[in-house]
Design a protein around this ligand. Structure first.
Ligand code: PMP
Length: 351
């Protein structure tokens, strides 16, 4: 080993889902199958490219303002970043600096472990129960911070706000982050608890319900004090995180509330229909409240199914990790895409 090796920060990186360049039915990374709002397309087409000479607004002021109006909070309560991954990473760096372990569920967004390792944060992962539900009492122990997604990924399960509030109220001395990447397809957001709990941060994204995964926009909403700490960390890292196009398009996406709501309605409709189809094929799955379904089949090996689907040009997600080795995660696509998948599955299972 070379001498310098011992001073290198080595991490086991997060492995994102595949982004195949050929045309496939892509149900593997929870993207939205519908295009972004028309205003977004127009803003991009009409963008003043001469301005690209200049640095973007480091505060992303216009987007922050639009979000603050949409969610009825002050601009000082909004922090934006390059996808919620960027926002969450900044949150880990800023708020999780205790000797005590940060806690998050054993089955959850696998990036949490990576950030914890990257920033040398100790962590513990209490087990979800046998139905993949959060056990709230596991979060009563002493810790250095709490984070969980609601709905959780990849389980797709939504915890009622009373459960979320219970966890926050038992952790008043640390920061609690609720990652609401999929909340728009689910139920009530924890945003309304921000006034009541000064240790709460809610993180959301434009990647799912706003159809803009490729633009990379995420945001945190909290009280002005915590948002200031986040901004201080961001400005010590990279002042110009959000490019001009993202800022422009983000504003347009937030403005079109009707399109946003219709987009969500369509996804939920296809999701509920797809549950019926899966049931008919003998799959078992959790009661998804997200834009994906976490499914297993008693008679078919998940890895084999995943590979058979892939050979057919239908990409879903499979991990093969502990406790979920027999599960696949299927993103809710358009009805046509889902029909193509079901038609293949029927053939494969000779139904
Ligand atoms: N949180 C969860 C739970 C997710 O599943 C994802 C999507 N991979 C993200 C955050 C990050 O999404 P993005 O960076 O696109 O906002």
């Amino acid at each position: 080993m070379r001498e310098f090796e011992k001073n290198i920060r080595k991490v086991e990186p997060y492995v994102p889902g595949e982004q195949p360049q050929q045309k496939v039915i892509k149900l593997n990374t929870n993207e939205n199958p519908y295009p972004p709002a028309p205003g977004v397309v127009k803003a991009l087409k009409e963008m003043n490219t001469d301005r690209l000479r200049l640095y973007p607004d480091p505060s992303s002021g216009a987007l922050t303002k639009e979000l603050s109006e949409f969610y009825h909070v002050d601009t000082s309560q909004v922090f934006v970043g390059v996808g919620s991954d960027d926002v969450l990473s900044m949150c880990f760096l800023t708020f999780f600096n205790s000797e005590k372990p940060v806690i998050f569920p054993d089955i959850t967004y696998s990036f949490y472990k990576v950030w914890a390792d990257l920033y040398r944060i100790p962590y513990e992962c209490p087990r979800l129960d046998e139905n993949f539900r959060l056990v709230k009492e596991d979060y009563y122990r002493e810790n250095g911070g709490v984070i969980f997604p609601n709905p959780n990924a990849p389980t797709a399960l939504y915890e009622e706000l009373s459960v979320v509030e219970d966890i926050i109220s038992h952790n008043r001395d640390v920061i609690v982050i609720v990652d609401e990447a999929y909340i728009d397809f689910a139920g009530r957001s924890a945003l309304k608890l921000i006034e009541k709990y000064d240790n709460l941060i809610v993180v959301q994204t434009f990647s799912k319900a706003r159809s803009m995964a490729g633009m990379r926009i995420g945001y945190a909403i909290s009280n002005p004090t915590l948002i200031k700490y986040l901004n201080d960390a961001k400005y010590s890292f990279n002042s110009y995180t959000m490019n001009q196009a993202a800022q422009l398009c983000g504003v347009e996406a937030v403005r079109d509330k009707a399109y946003f709501e219709e987009n969500i309605r369509k996804i939920i409709e296809v999701r509920e229909w797809a549950k019926g189809e899966l049931r008919e094929l003998g799959f078992r799955f959790t009661d998804s409240k997200a834009n994906f379904i976490f499914a297993t089949h008693p008679d078919y090996d998940a890895k084999e199914l995943f590979e058979a689907l892939k050979a057919e040009g239908i990409y879903v997600r499979f991990w093969g990790s502990e406790r979920i080795e027999q599960y696949m995660r299927i993103t809710v696509g358009t009805k046509e895409e889902m029909k193509a998948m079901f038609s293949f599955l029927r053939k494969y299972m000779s139904i």
